[in-house]
Design a protein around this ligand. Structure first.
Ligand code: ZN
Ligand code: ZN
Length: 352
């Protein structure tokens, strides 16, 4: 039996005019609505001005939550914090702010955790800002696929003109190193993966004559999505803090998956484990005697089932039903050789 959920699709990590983004909130909201998003989590660098001005809330059918992106005194350890009505002291170390975000019941997300790029062959002025060590129990959610840092990683002096003009078609898949770390981490503790856009729409000049906003909001909101599977509906009359905590809880629960809309509309994707009447959803762990993993894929794609960090099955499918042994599982779906859907993990423990 496939359990029914209400699915909400949104984008995480957008910068506005208040930090280094190029547009105001009304413009960003319009772009998000135009892309058909259900929710948007915005995060300027070290300011919650957009929140103070009352942008958090419903805008027709879009729910916007304004948080901010924290960095330490060396501009390292970028951490998204959503749901704080007041900023944390700006001199906090990363150990302090990851603890404080959790203690305040806000949602924390480690941003571009393993960002790397070839500095000698990259666009000058954008050094990587990786986390290095992520082994803190307070870090419960991380970005698995950050569109902006993905672009910067793949954009070199050779292809920058092409990549500026075709900002989504270059996209391949999340960093293999990061996925390997994520799989390994989930053997010990739950770490939820989300997708992010990290949109700025900064204007750069190419060929000295043509100014283009790279990664316009409209385009970016049609790239990396994070889909939430909810057992309740987001209720417009519930009040902003209730809606925010519903969204944050669903993200923390891990009953979510990431998709690249450029490769297709992934709404309707499902991945779960069954054993008789009991089910485990993404983000859950539990005991099972005869587990069967099932999946529904909205369009035919190349599926890769991963157990404890290793691909154990692959092939084209729109449906999966496979008896498995205990382990930590996730599913990837590719279109051609490019990443489309990334599930969160399901942990099946042996029931004796
Ligand atoms: Zn950042
Ligand atoms: Zn950012």
């Amino acid at each position: 039996m496939m359990q029914e959920f209400k699915e909400y699709t949104g984008c995480i990590h957008a910068h506005s005019f208040y930090s280094d983004g190029s547009c105001t909130f009304p413009v960003i909201i319009k772009a998000a609505q135009g892309a058909g998003l259900d929710y948007l989590l915005a995060s300027d660098h070290m300011t919650i001005q957009g929140r103070d001005e009352g942008n958090t809330g419903w805008h027709d059918n879009l729910f916007l939550s304004v948080g901010y992106e924290i960095n330490d005194k060396d501009d390292q350890h970028h951490y998204l914090a959503f749901g704080l009505d007041e900023m944390l002291p700006p001199d906090y170390s990363h150990e302090q702010y990851i603890q404080a975000v959790k203690a305040n019941g806000a949602l924390g997300v480690a941003a571009h955790p393993f960002e790397e790029r070839d500095v000698n062959n990259s666009i000058v002025g954008f050094p990587p800002i990786p986390w290095g060590n992520l082994d803190y129990p307070e870090i419960e959610v991380i970005e698995i696929w950050n569109m902006m840092s993905h672009w910067l990683e793949l954009t070199t002096g050779w292809n920058k003109y092409w990549n500026v003009v075709h900002p989504r078609s270059f996209s391949t898949f999340p960093s293999r190193r990061l996925l390997a770390w994520w799989d390994q981490a989930n053997l010990d503790r739950k770490v939820v993966g989300i997708g992010s856009v990290d949109v700025h729409a900064i204007k750069i000049r190419i060929l000295k004559i043509y100014t283009k906003a790279i990664f316009d909001y409209k385009i970016m909101f049609k790239s990396i999505h994070t889909h939430l599977l909810c057992d309740c509906e987001l209720n417009k009359s519930a009040g902003n803090s209730v809606t925010e905590s519903t969204i944050f809880d669903r993200i923390r629960s891990g009953r979510t998956f990431i998709s690249n809309f450029r490769r297709g509309d992934a709404r309707g994707f499902r991945f779960w484990a069954e054993d008789g009447d009991s089910e485990l959803q993404m983000g859950e762990s539990g005991l099972m005697k005869n587990p069967v993993l099932k999946a529904v894929i909205p369009e035919r794609g190349h599926c890769r089932l991963i157990r404890n960090g290793k691909v154990i099955q692959k092939g084209k499918a729109t449906k999966i039903e496979i008896a498995v042994s205990p382990g930590v599982y996730r599913l990837e779906v590719l279109k051609g050789k490019r990443g489309w859907i990334y599930s969160n993990h399901i942990k099946i423990l042996e029931k004796k």
